[in-house]
Design a binder for this molecule. Structure first.
Ligand code: AMP
Ligand code: MN
Ligand code: MN
Ligand code: MN
Length: 283
């Protein structure tokens, strides 16, 4: 796929600095990209400048952590201004919650006899305000508490596991409305990845997302299965969503497709990038 509108740098929980991502994109033939770090646009300028040097079109982006019905939902905002005071204010609240959660996780780990987790995780974070469960996973691996990265989530970091601490992220609909107010396009990230307790909840999320002003969903994503790509392609048709696509790439250590290597979008869907003046057919 020559478009990739979802990937991470070390401004959040990715491994590479923002300016290195466009190089990977160029190697993989990507013509249009977005950097969508969790709750920060700190890497946007550097990534955009590098993309420009390499002749890659760039849409500024972010991935907001939000909460809907008790489940963590990720909403990508595309076309936002990294220098907007509104964005700075919005992410400041979330970043503070990340710092507070880090302390709560540290206490949780201490309770099961694992000490120094916060300090260890912070070594992996470029910025303490972007502290992520990913950074805790890397530290657990380093210390031999787990055999691999995935085991860190399965054993300690998922909801219900000993290291987990819940965060009151902003409500999904509030994040969507905020993206609209800021002139951006709200995209529901990897809709196939959420684990709901009942099947109707996925459809209700899509309804609520649309009613709040959400315009697109990720139909193909490196972080969901091919079976769910097909399900959400049909949801996009049925509900009139624009289609987005992204690798959700974080690092070479992950098994996820590298930037631009996620499956292509079905040709009958209208891609989200037409909203930004790019041709329907970017391939
Ligand atoms: P956070 O936003 O700090 O709660 O961290 C969430 C990040 O951890 C996600 O963006 C993924 O990169 C990673 N992650 C979350 N859940 C899992 C999981 N079950 N397995 C592997 N990685 C995960
Ligand atoms: Mn992540
Ligand atoms: Mn996500
Ligand atoms: Mn992501």
């Amino acid at each position: 796929m020559s478009v990739d509108l979802h990937m991470h740098s070390n401004a959040s929980d990715g491994q590479l600095p923002p300016e290195a991502l466009p190089e990977l994109c160029a190697q993989n033939g990507v013509k249009l990209m977005s950097l969508t770090d969790h709750d920060t646009m700190a890497g946007t300028k550097a990534a955009e400048a590098a993309a420009k040097r390499l002749g890659i079109a760039f849409i500024p982006g972010i991935e907001f952590s939000t909460l809907w019905g008790g489940t963590g939902i990720h909403v990508v905002g595309l076309g936002l201004d990294p220098e907007s005071p509104g964005i700075a204010g919005f992410v400041a609240g979330t970043q503070m919650k990340r710092v507070e959660r880090g302390r709560a996780m540290d206490e949780n780990f201490a309770r099961v006899g694992i000490h120094g987790a916060l300090e260890g995780a912070l070594h992996y974070a470029e910025n303490s305000t972007s502290l992520s469960r990913t950074h805790f996973a890397l530290w657990l691996l380093e210390k031999g508490h787990v055999k691999n990265y995935q085991e860190a989530f399965d054993k300690y970091l998922k909801p219900g596991r000993p290291g987990y601490a819940r965060v009151e992220w902003p409500a999904t609909v509030d994040a969507v409305r905020f993206i609209r107010e800021e002139g951006g396009v709200a995209v529901l990230a990897h809709p196939g990845r959420y684990e709901f307790s009942a099947e109707w909840m996925s459809d209700q999320l899509l309804e609520d997302f649309k009613a709040a002003g959400g315009e697109a969903i990720e139909v193909t994503s490196g972080s969901q299965s091919r079976a769910t790509d097909i399900i959400f392609a049909q949801k996009a048709r049925d509900m009139g969503f624009l289609a987005s696509t992204g690798s959700d790439w974080h690092s070479p250590r992950s098994a996820r497709p590298s930037p631009g290597m996620q499956p292509a979008l079905p040709k009958d869907l209208t891609p989200v990038w037409v909203k930004f003046g790019y041709p329907r057919d970017m391939d």
